[in-house]
Design a protein around this ligand. Structure first.
Ligand code: TRP
Length: 329
């Protein structure tokens, strides 16, 4: 039997998934779970989630919501394994070992850490600095070779590769150096026209559970212009709309609108309405699947238990190997 290559990825439980998460990472998860020669493990990384302000009372629900969203999107427990990170504390143990070989100064230079410091100046905790080490442990504990992520995670992945190399140098070949798996069209712009679609701004995203009316209202707020000019904007609200048009209605449709922009002009109201309908049609089956799983909590429980049983065998084996190599036993 040939050994399957392992895939690992994870998402923080910070409310419902939105189109940015979906096209940025989840699409990659789905593509890889269909490959026969890959063994996929996907996590809710709840230990990472608590490095930003959060509510412990609602946290369990956020985790369950993400499990439902994952399954609704098409994560198939017959093809991949689903885990909740904190249920496997071995990740934390490996993170500690790895932390002892990595310099603090380099962690302080990471773009995500610097952004978070600005975003939450009153919440700069040690966990935030440690975040990439835990992420490296998540990946390396499964000896994963492929990691489907959005572009913003590339520095973290580079760090993971570096940690793997350092460990292998000090203690002997143990970990493979994982590669990122980027999906095409993985960048979804914010509806505000500034930056990428993200959870931090209420007006920025369309969630996977939004109904038609909500989608219409959100698209209505996208800033536009007179509808014509001699150059199609490459950023801002128009670009956000055209990117969504391409994602949901096809490249051809985008080209038609671009042509209109340069000639007769675009009427944004009909464009937005049509786009809203396309997005909703896309989300409808996802929402139906979500409703099904929501009605079957026992099924969810079994899926998670199965995933964790499978993962446990792997993490225990890796930890034992690491402890031996580091001289603990
Ligand atoms: N940092 C990732 C994000 O914010 C989440 C994450 C944690 C992750 N551990 C991981 C992603 C391991 C891939 C692999 O999106």
């Amino acid at each position: 039997m040939i050994k399957k290559r392992r895939v690992f990825s994870g998402t923080r439980p910070t409310g419902h998934l939105h189109l940015g998460n979906y096209f940025g990472a989840i699409k990659g998860y789905l593509k890889l779970q269909d490959e026969k020669n890959l063994d996929c493990i996907y996590a809710i990384v709840d230990l990472h989630g608590v490095t930003s302000p959060y509510n412990p009372k609602t946290y369990p629900k956020e985790v369950t919501d993400l499990v439902l969203d994952y399954l609704a999107c098409g994560l198939d427990p017959k093809k991949s394994h689903l885990i909740i990170q904190s249920h496997l504390p071995q990740h934390l143990e490996l993170a500690y070992y790895l932390s002892t070989i990595y310099p603090v100064s380099r962690l302080e230079q990471l773009p995500t850490y610097k952004e978070k410091k600005l975003e939450q100046p009153k919440y700069i905790n040690l966990g935030l600095l440690y975040y990439p080490i835990l992420m490296a442990a998540d990946i390396l504990i499964y000896k994963a070779e492929l990691v489907p992520v959005g572009k913003d995670q590339l520095p973290h992945l580079e760090l993971t590769r570096e940690v793997a190399r350092m460990f292998n140098n000090y203690f002997g070949k143990t970990f493979p150096e994982p590669q990122a798996f980027l999906t095409s069209g993985s960048y979804v712009p914010s509806l505000t026209g500034e930056g990428k679609m993200s959870k931090t701004n209420e007006n920025s995203y369309i969630s996977l559970i939004d109904d038609l009316d909500t989608i219409k209202k959100k698209l209505a707020k996208v800033p536009t212009d007179l509808g014509h000019g001699n150059k199609v904007p490459q950023q801002g609200g128009i670009n956000a709309l055209l990117t969504l048009v391409e994602l949901f209605m096809g490249k051809l449709k985008r080209e038609q609108y671009e042509k209109q922009y340069l000639t007769t002009g675009i009427k944004y109201q009909p464009l937005k309405n049509e786009l809203a309908q396309y997005i909703y049609n896309y989300l409808k089956p996802i929402q139906a699947k979500r409703a099904y799983y929501q009605k079957h909590p026992q099924l969810i429980k079994e899926i998670i238990e199965n995933g964790e049983r499978y993962a446990l065998g792997i993490v225990q084996k890796t930890l034992l190997e690491v402890k031996r190599k580091m001289g603990f036993r």
